[in-house]
Write a protein of this length. Sequence first.
Length: 373
Amino acid sequence: MLAVAGVLAAGPCVSVLLAAIDRLELAGILTGLVAGVLLRGDPAKAAVATLYGSVAAVMVGESVTDASDGGDFADAMAGWPGWPGWVIGAVLAYLVAAGGLPRTGARGVGPAVPAVVAAALTAALTAAVLACGQLVAAEALGWTLWERYHEWDGPGWYRDLTRAVWYPAAAVVAASVVAGRMPGGRGRFLALPSAAWLGCAVTAGPLQYLQALGAVDDPPVVALTASLAGAGIGAAAGAAALRHAGTRRGLLCFVLLFTAVEVMGGLPGSLADEALSMLIVSTVLAVVVAAWTARRDASTGSGVTAGVAGPLLIWSVYVTVGSRDYDHSTQYLPYWAACVAALLASIAAPPAAEAARLGRTGPEGRGTVRPPP
């Protein structure tokens, strides 16, 4: 616990210091290295602690910087390689804590080359179809307009940019899981997400660029960069999903939740009501996933990892673009809701997972549901 607390403290400290010299983009990488050293031998915890370091960095940074700067600190976190730097930092934390790439543990001859190639192609094609399908549907249904000013909500560029991150991220996660079910996909936790990322990069990336050509005052290459970054976030999450069944369940639940909300055109009520509703639903879903996984695996740690995976994925998407407080409520309300949801998940998931584990195994973990009378 002391090591985790050290990482959570390192994130904001490093960020504030680097912000003073205008090098905030290095915060994620440096925090990841610190996490890897402090949590050596527990790579999953090191990676998650690094991601939560970004949440702490935003909260502390916003409170200690000049209020007249508005959301500048949060927005600076999104500068290249701002949030991608936190993803890179999480990967570095995992590698340093694990002492290198983890072994699959498989013995004997691995799957035949055609089976591996088939799984990789499936990942790439599935990601391409899902990402492009979402982009086409979003433009056809008017979810993304790629205009500097929308008639009904003021500047909407950043809202559309956030969707440009979300669509490939969700597609790569889903594609990685689908391909991982194939015979050649088992144990390929690096190859399949990488293939899915490539499938998005060569299809959805150019399509996103073409859709953003009509934007005024903003280069479409920004939308392309957002698409590639989103696919990278999905690849990191997809790799985690292939390594841990509970994480896979947690990620898929949140991908399905936000996809369903988008299809329904959002939740009822105003934008503030919608943000509050999503905050509540996200927290409840994180608790359910944590309890479900902990009971299934008889492990509190497994349940907590599964419970926080989804909220961290959503936070990853929103913090890529920043809070953009001047973009009315279409960006900053969901941004801060995602931030608070990640914090609430980290608070609510551990007791829910522990209660579920005890309900299955008993206090001593020996299969006793209740002590004898």
